[in-house]
Design a protein around this ligand. Structure first.
Ligand SMILES: *[C@@H]1O[C@H](CO)[C@@H](O)[C@H](O)[C@H]1NC(C)=O
Length: 200
């Protein structure tokens, strides 16, 4: 009795295994395992010319199947991930600034920084909007607008993180997060510049 029931379990297990490996192989062949590897290599190579290559690759590798090997989609995706990070950080900071136990000076620093961050969110948003409007006829002008806005976003983030006191716990944590956003913005700018230089 026991033997046949464990036999049964084994069969069940093998069938599940077969189903899972079938599902895995079918999802791999949708994009093609070597295609994904090539797309990831393209991201890694492109990221190697940015100032923060590890952060660049980490934040973009999961969008490999969307980016493929397009410098334009790579620049667009890097703006997307930077905007998403800036938005979620500013939401957290807003909550933090209203929480009890914050010192008035901390609240002031947080609010100043939030203003800068919200400017940088606007600039990133405008840049992303323009990415979708690029045509051969307006390429240089549009790219130059995007470069201006992303540089402004980077300046705002730097001002924001510089205003933080480094000697409080909240200050340290928030500052580190803003510095990360600034690094992602710097990477996005580098990818935008290299896309611009392809046709410029
Ligand atoms: C950027 O984000 C938009 C909106 O979420 C999305 O539709 C688009 O596919 C993204 N593009 C890239 C290249 O990640």
């Amino acid at each position: 009795m026991e033997g046949s029931s464990s036999n049964h379990m084994l069969k069940y297990f093998l069938i599940l295994l077969a189903i899972f490996s079938y599902l895995n192989s079918s999802s791999a062949s949708r994009h093609g395992p070597s295609k994904i590897a090539a797309d990831r290599r393209f991201i890694k190579t492109s990221c190697s010319s940015t100032t923060y290559p590890t952060l660049c690759y980490k934040s973009l590798a999961r969008h490999a199947s969307l980016i493929q090997t397009s410098p334009k989609l790579l620049a667009h995706a890097s703006l997307n991930v930077t905007l998403a990070m800036a938005k979620s950080t500013s939401a957290v900071m807003l909550k933090m600034s209203k929480s009890p136990g914050m010192k008035p000076r901390e609240v002031d620093a947080m609010q100043d920084c939030l203003e800068e961050l919200s400017d940088s969110v606007d600039e990133l948003r405008k840049s992303i909007g323009e990415m979708g409007l690029i045509k051969a006829s307006n390429f240089e002008l549009t790219m130059s607008d995007i470069q201006t806005w992303v540089s402004a976003a980077l300046t705002d983030e730097t001002t924001c993180s510089d205003g933080f006191e480094k000697n409080t716990v909240n200050g340290k944590v928030v500052r580190a997060q803003i510095v990360k956003i600034a690094h992602m913005t710097s990477n996005a700018l580098a990818l935008i510049n290299s896309y611009a230089s392809l046709r410029g």
